[in-house]
Design a binder for this molecule. Structure first.
Ligand code: UN1
Length: 521
């Protein structure tokens, strides 16, 4: 650690953990159901690390497959009552949840910065994202409506309504330890579902803190038992959750490989999945673009969160006339990025999450070079300090490099040159993933072509805005290998409910649809 003395740092760590009743080197339970933490959880012990120093932050008691069964049973039982609570009253609980996060915003942001390594402003933004989705869900709780459809039969009414679905399993990743699962909590709860949450084992303390907020907010209410936490490995806890037929929906965020396991596991029992998997997001900068705007968006997209967002910009496609100029400006901007302690307000890039993430970065870069990529900036692991720090890297690549089709979850940006918008769009669409994309141009026709049916094939497609940092009001998710799921705003709530079509005959005859005659005396 370069910016603080060891003692200063330890005091800071104690203070951050202390805000949630935890202490450095202590042991905490990562299992909670039925409204309380289980202090005797007996799964494999887990250590969580401070990515800034590499030191152990705390030890966590994890769930066994039996705990998962018990947590699902508790959630299943709670569902029987929770689904009967009027939706706007469920919304009231979610309003209090949002207020709970508002009250603890700074404490939680500091814990996120500590355990996840993202810089403070982004950590605050992440907690804000939970608050925002709670606000949205409160309004939504009064708007869970179906349609009335014109019936072809006299004296008949054809309607659809939406009912609570059941227990929702939420599997979330380290990179957005509260915002992305928060999209699920907020919507699932107003929709009348109960939740069993399996967060990433890389950020257990953050999820324990979130669970505490949940307990504080719901103690003594109808919602006391609706939210469970099961920290533990994917092969025990994750698989048990995915396989449980009492969990009709799994919301999962993570790699494409994880998504495949979840999709197959859930399909085996005809469950539903909302998947948000890998991205391989491109920004295209046309020669007529406002380059200043584009530069800021590309730097935030590629270096922000140390390149560990699913929406991080991984490919930069430059139109040839401005390519060299833009690349020079980008390299210049990269040089000014302060890398260091994420809790220091001046830092723009914190550490990667783990030693294995550093390995993926180094191996990814080595493979890119082997395949013909040229590193034009960065590429080094910062060995002058403790923790998991690397330089952000820019690599001049070619589309025929197989690794360009993969999501390397690290701050590495591939740069390409193209002649036309058509070539740029084809390049954007040439990877297996389809999450986010952005075009920078001042030409209206180019912008509209980009957004048309033959433009970007991604779930998120922007004009003069980068690939990351979406607002919660829109539906979030992507196509192809990204999994096709949609979360957060728009009508994503429908994914957390079951639709029922109702035909009501208020007449004295029984006319059959499609004109079928079936006389019975
Ligand atoms: C993710 O990285 O899994 O759009 C989600 C964004 C954030 C969410 C990222 N609002 O970058």
């Amino acid at each position: 650690m370069s910016t603080k003395t060891a003692t200063g740092r330890s005091a800071q760590v104690e203070e951050i953990l202390g805000a949630f009743g935890m202490r450095a080197g202590g042991t905490v339970s990562g299992v909670a159901y039925g409204g309380r933490f289980k202090e005797d959880a007996g799964g494999a012990p887990l250590e969580t690390h401070d990515p800034t120093t590499g030191e152990v932050l705390a030890h966590v008691r994890t769930a066994t497959a039996d705990d998962v069964k018990r947590a699902v049973s508790a959630a299943h039982e709670a569902f029987a009552q929770w689904r009967l609570v009027p939706a706007p009253q469920r919304g009231e609980i979610v309003r209090r949840l949002g207020d709970g996060f508002r009250k603890r915003k700074e404490d939680l942001a500091r814990l996120i910065s500590l355990e996840n390594g993202k810089i403070l402003t982004e950590a605050r933004g992440e907690v804000q994202e939970v608050i925002d989705i709670c606000d949205l869900a409160v309004g939504q709780s009064r708007q869970l409506f179906g349609r009335e459809i014109a019936s072809e039969r006299r004296d008949h009414r054809l309607v659809e309504q939406w009912h609570p679905l059941g227990v929702v399993g939420i599997i979330s990743a380290f990179n957005f330890p509260v915002a992305v699962p928060g999209w699920g909590w907020a919507l699932a709860l107003v929709c009348g579902d109960t939740i069993v949450w399996k967060p990433s084992s890389l950020t257990p303390l953050i999820s324990i803190a979130a669970q505490q907020i949940f307990h504080e907010v719901t103690r003594g209410t109808d919602a006391e038992h609706v939210f469970s936490l099961i920290i533990g490995g994917g092969s025990t806890v994750g698989e048990a959750l995915v396989a449980d037929p009492r969990v009709p929906l799994i919301q999962a965020t993570g790699s494409c490989a994880l998504g495949e396991r979840v999709a197959i596991g859930v399909a085996r029992r005809s469950g539903k999945a909302i998947l948000e998997l890998g991205g391989n997001n491109a920004v295209i900068v046309m020669a007529d673009a406002d380059l200043k705007l584009a530069l800021r968006a590309v730097v935030f997209g590629s270096v922000g969160t140390a390149g560990q967002r699913c929406t991080s910009t991984r490919r930069l496609i430059l139109q040839r006339p401005i390519a060299q100029k833009f690349l020079d400006q980008l390299v210049h901007a990269y040089r000014t990025i302060g890398i260091g302690d994420p809790l220091d307000e001046k830092t723009l890039m914190g550490p990667l999450i783990s030693e294995s993430a550093v390995k993926d970065y180094s191996e990814g870069l080595a493979e890119m070079q082997k395949q013909g990529g040229k590193v034009v900036y960065g590429g080094k692991v910062l060995a002058d300090r403790t923790g998991y720090f690397v330089e952000p890297a820019i690599v001049k690549s070619t589309v025929d490099m197989p690794i360009v089709k993969e999501e390397v979850f690290a701050p590495i940006l591939h740069v390409f040159e193209v002649d036309s918008l058509e070539d740029a769009v084809a390049m954007n669409n040439s990877v297996p993933q389809g999450l986010s994309s952005g075009l920078f141009t001042t030409d209206l026709a180019s912008a509209e072509r980009w957004l048309s049916a033959s433009g970007s094939d991604c779930g998120i497609s922007n004009v003069n805005a980068g690939t990351s940092g979406a607002e919660i009001g829109g539906a979030f998710g992507g196509e192809k290998a990204t999994g096709g799921g949609r979360q957060a705003g728009s009508d994503a709530w429908k994914g957390y409910m079951r639709r029922q079509t109702n035909t009501i005959n208020y007449g004295t005859q029984l006319p059959l649809a499609q004109g079928v005659e079936f006389p019975v005396d």
